[in-house]
Structures are given as C-alpha cells and as structure tokens.
Ligand binder design. Structure first.
Ligand code: ZN
Ligand code: FE
Length: 255
C-alpha cells in the first residue's frame, strides 16, 4: 500500500510534508519550517511522528526541528556533510544512501547547488521525490552556495527519475515561476496551459505542489536548457546545456 502524503503549508510560503504508511502506522515529516501546523496535522489524524527528514540547512526548513523532536520523540535525519549547521542528527546521510521507512526504500540524492549539502529523498515505489529548494514547481532554487554547473548536475539527476514521479518541493512559488518561464518560452503551449491552471489554483487558495516530473520536463525552463528552441532564443545554439542553464538562472535572478 502506498504511503499517504499530506502537504502542509507553513510560514509564508513553505511546505512541509507528512508521509504516513497506513499499514504499520509509521509517519515521517519532510522539513520542519514551523511546529504548530505539523503538530496540529498529526493530532488531527492521530498519527505519531517517527522520523524527520531534513533537505537543507536554511532556517525556513529546519527552524522547528528541535521543538517537533521534543514534542514527538522523532529521530532526525539529514546530510552528514552539513551536520555542523543542521540540528543534531540521529542519522547522517550521504548521496547514494538508502534507509527503510515502513517497508519502503528511501533513497538519498545529493542535489547541491542552492546549498552545498542539500539532499533529496526519493521513494521509488511511492513515485515521490522530496526536492526541497533544488527542483521546484516550474523553477529551481537560487544558486547560493554551489556552482551553476553543480545545480545543473543536480537537476539532471532528478530529471532522470521516472517521469511519473511526483515532485514535492519546498515552496509555493509556482505563479511567479510561471511568469518567468513564459518569458523564456512564450510559445510553449503546455507551459501556457500550466500557467493558467496555476493562476486558477492559487485564486482558490490551492497548493500547486506536488507537480509531476513529466510536467516539469515539459514546462520547467531550468530542466529545458537543452531544448534547441530555448538555445536559439538565447543565441546559444552551440553552447553546452549547463551554460544555457546558467544563463536562464541568471536571468531569473534579475527578473
Ligand atoms: Zn533554501
Ligand atoms: Fe527555502
């Protein structure tokens, strides 16, 4: 039976996620931006929190870790490489590691770029990837600590997951991302349709996360740096994909 995944709005525009395995009753939390919405959601469902999976060290993803740990006794997992700037870890993870959660295998991927030491969690049999501020709905995180090349490599790894993978990213930025994406690819019909759906969802206060990897491959300009049409529009026909990605990321920073 696939785990149930609940999207929890936190702070101004963050998302945390509860992953609950109905059979054994285990529950994990992805990122800890804020305690109240998480504790409330657990209580409302009668779920006990067992694990907290941190994606990266930014305060809006880890701020409530200690409070939620104290309230629930959950064990905290995160990147060993970032242990010096994460809340105390009960399990230090690295790229290629996997661990068991309620009979599901959770694979750890290094997706550095936004920060160095940023990890994503992939549950293949649940068709779910928790990407934090690496791959986001119609966007990607700003490159603060890594290099553009590193971010491109991280996005390329995520892009190689099965297209039916659901992408659970850390923020509701999709509407603003759509406006930028349309400036890169004004003639992409799938993008225009997704932008309209995003506007409609947000007008009703609905989350646009998760998306699917197939959707991202068709509409996210940061995954589409290899597309001939995009290269042509940027006058970068003969440039490597990673350089085209870097140019698109720079344009977004200035958008
Ligand atoms: Zn961040
Ligand atoms: Fe963030």
């Amino acid at each position: 039976m696939p785990p149930e995944i609940v999207t929890l709005p936190c702070l101004a525009d963050n998302y945390a996620f509860l992953v609950h395995a109905p059979r054994g009753g285990e529950t994990a939390l992805v990122d800890a931006p804020e305690a109240a919405p998480v504790l409330k959601a657990l209580e409302a469902r009668g779920w006990q929190l067992d694990q907290i999976w941190l994606t990266h060290h930014h305060w809006d993803h880890v701020e409530a870790t200690d409070e939620i740990r104290a309230a629930t006794g959950a064990r905290v997992f995160g990147a060993g490489a970032d242990a010096h700037r994460l809340p105390p870890l009960d399990l230090a993870l690295a790229d290629g590691d996997s661990f068991a959660f309620a009979g599901h295998e959770v694979s750890v991927m290094d997706v550095s770029g936004h920060t160095v030491g940023h990890i994503a969690y992939h549950i293949a049999d649940a068709r779910a990837a928790f990407t934090g501020d690496s791959l986001m709905a119609l966007g990607c995180g700003r490159v603060f600590e890594g290099t553009f090349a590193q971010m491109w490599e991280s996005l390329s790894k995520l892009a190689a997951l099965p297209p039916e993978t659901r992408v659970f990213s850390g923020h509701e930025y999709t509407a603003a991302n759509a406006r930028f994406a349309l400036s890169v690819e004004p003639d992409n019909a799938a993008l225009a349709q997704r932008a309209a759906q995003t506007e409609a969802a947000r007008a009703r206060g609905r989350a646009t996360v998760p998306s699917s990897l197939a959707q991202e491959l068709a509409t996210n300009p940061f995954l589409r740096a290899g597309q001939p049409g995009i290269k042509r529009a940027l006058g970068m026909e003969n440039r490597p994909d990673a350089e085209v990605f870097a140019e698109i990321r720079r344009q977004k920073d200035a958008f």
